[in-house]
Unconditional design. Structure first.
Length: 493
């Protein structure tokens, strides 16, 4: 790692464990590694399934117009700066939650690189360090663009890749809680410069535990103590910005991944997924997906329920979405829900809360899930609370011929939504004492929709403040009411 390239931080409250230093020359290979179950991500001939991003800070030299140079040479993904100082990342199109990744690496000694875990297109990720240069390190852990600062490594390279210095409490505070699994003599046996070396990383949970290996030797096991990213993301390879590395290269091949639960959903279990928009490039939404307990991948079409959370559940911790509503209930009693339940999470950004749910993304998400899991297009439903109540009104107004029925709770919207809203059966709920979103926000929409010929049901909870959702979602009649409605009852195709 070049000192000027990254800032070093001490992370509080995290646990790092590694194998103890072995005085003998024998390499401490990890006997527990399992090489079965991996799927190839790069076949040596095509970059299909990968894309380059110029959205990271390493692409500033090109004004974020290009993300470095990435080509295939001799069966390897080969990267370099395309302009002096301009780097970037290449990512898998697919996102992964809990996984182990293998990759062979044969980089020139000089360029800074990295293997990114759970990355987004901005390069915010946990990084398996591939800082193969003077003062650098391979297999350390770094928080690329993550809050709180993470930088852990237990040895340092020198002017030559054979130069190896173990870091300890006295020589470097970054190594304060763990030691190197090999000494300088063993490093000469383990690492083969100019040849292919195998890098391996595993990330599980959120906050995650991250384990790194080099050629079968465990170098680091790190347990984070806070949520810094979404529960999943893409796998990425990096060419660092800065300097001039247009004529030195990073090379990767045999990229493989093995997933651990939570990627492919199973009946009766709520799992994390990631939606990537094909209509709005670069936009995505993490979401929880729950399939009915009796779900089978057959011709049986199931009703689908889209749930939109409130402002308090925005962010990167998808567990927040389970605090209220259908995702909370389906987690506790999955057998009570006949729906495919889709619960996306909105980001924290500068978009006003009442407009934060983008109807275009939500409609595309519903279409994608419905197609993949054989949802019944005649029985698509949407509900949301507070910010999600606003989102429900807005979504139905933009797509009046998509949802069979809707349940907005303590929300609101523009009265010019009235005409399209009048076409969709709605059951609206609000509390009289709501100070966060006044009752009037729902009342004015109800009046406007009824004026346009709509017949929304409207339930007002006397003496209830903002939380008018708990008793609503706990009421079985709400779901019975939803299932009584079919899109074909009012729209002839």
């Amino acid at each position: 790692m070049l000192p000027a390239r990254r800032f070093d931080f001490l992370s509080l409250g995290v646990v790092l464990l590694t194998a103890t230093l072995c005085p003998a020359a024998e390499l401490p290979k990890d006997a527990n590694l399992d090489d079965t179950g991996f799927v190839t991500l790069f076949d040596g001939t095509s970059l299909e399934g990968w894309h380059v991003s110029a959205q990271t800070g390493h692409s500033r030299t090109s004004e974020n117009k290009s993300g470095g140079k990435w080509v295939i040479e001799d069966g390897a993904i080969t990267g370099s700066q395309d302009l002096p100082g301009n780097g970037g990342i290449i990512l898998t199109n697919q996102s992964y939650t809990d996984f182990e990744v293998l990759v062979d690496m044969k980089n020139d000694y000089g360029p800074d690189s990295g293997l990114f875990l759970r990355s987004n297109d901005k390069g915010q990720a946990y990084q398996y360090m591939v800082d193969y240069h003077d003062n650098g390190n391979v297999a350390g852990i770094y928080g690329e663009g993550l809050p709180g600062g993470l930088h852990f490594r237990n040895y340092e390279l020198g002017k030559e890749p054979t130069d190896f210095t173990v870091l300890d409490r006295k020589s470097d505070p970054r190594a304060a809680a763990y030691g190197s699994p090999v000494n300088a003599e063993q490093w000469q046996q383990l690492w083969k410069h100019g040849e292919w070396n195998q890098l391996r990383a595993r990330i599980v949970g959120n906050p995650p535990q991250i384990t790194t290996w080099i050629n079968g030797v465990k170098f680091m096991q790190f347990q984070d103590n806070q949520v810094r990213t979404t529960p999943g993301g893409m796998i990425a390879l990096q060419v660092h910005g800065g300097g001039d590395f247009t004529k030195q290269f990073v090379r990767y091949r045999n990229v493989k991944v093995k997933t651990f639960g939570g990627v492919e959903p199973t009946a009766g279990k709520e799992v994390w997924q990631k939606f990537e928009s094909k209509k709005i490039p670069g936009d995505s939404l993490p979401y929880l997906l729950a399939l009915p307990t009796d779900y089978k991948a057959d011709d049986t079409k199931r009703p689908l329920l889209l749930f939109l959370h409130g402002a308090g559940e925005c962010g990167v911790d998808l567990n927040l979405v389970k605090i209220h509503g259908p995702p909370k209930l389906v987690e506790k009693k999955p057998g009570d829900f006949p729906f495919i339940v889709v619960s996306p999470q909105a980001p924290i950004n500068d978009v006003p809360i009442i407009d934060r749910w983008d109807p275009r993304l939500l409609a595309e998400l519903v279409d994608q899930v419905a197609a993949k899991y054989n949802a019944d297009p005649d029985r698509l439903y949407v509900t949301g609370l507070s910010m999600g109540g606003y989102g429900t009104f807005r979504l139905v107004a933009h797509y009046p011929k998509k949802f069979a029925a809707a349940i907005p709770i303590c929300g609101g919207g523009w009265t010019n939504y009235a005409e399209p809203l009048s076409q969709t059966p709605m059951w609206i709920f609000h509390g009289t004492d709501d100070e966060a979103v006044p009752l009037e926000r729902s009342l004015e929409l109800v009046r406007a929709v009824r004026k346009r010929g709509g017949k929304p049901l409207f339930t007002v909870y006397d003496g209830v403040s903002h939380d008018s959702w708990t008793q609503t979602y706990d009421n079985p009649e709400v779901y019975t009411w939803l299932l009584k409605h079919k899109l074909s009852d009012r729209i002839k195709k």
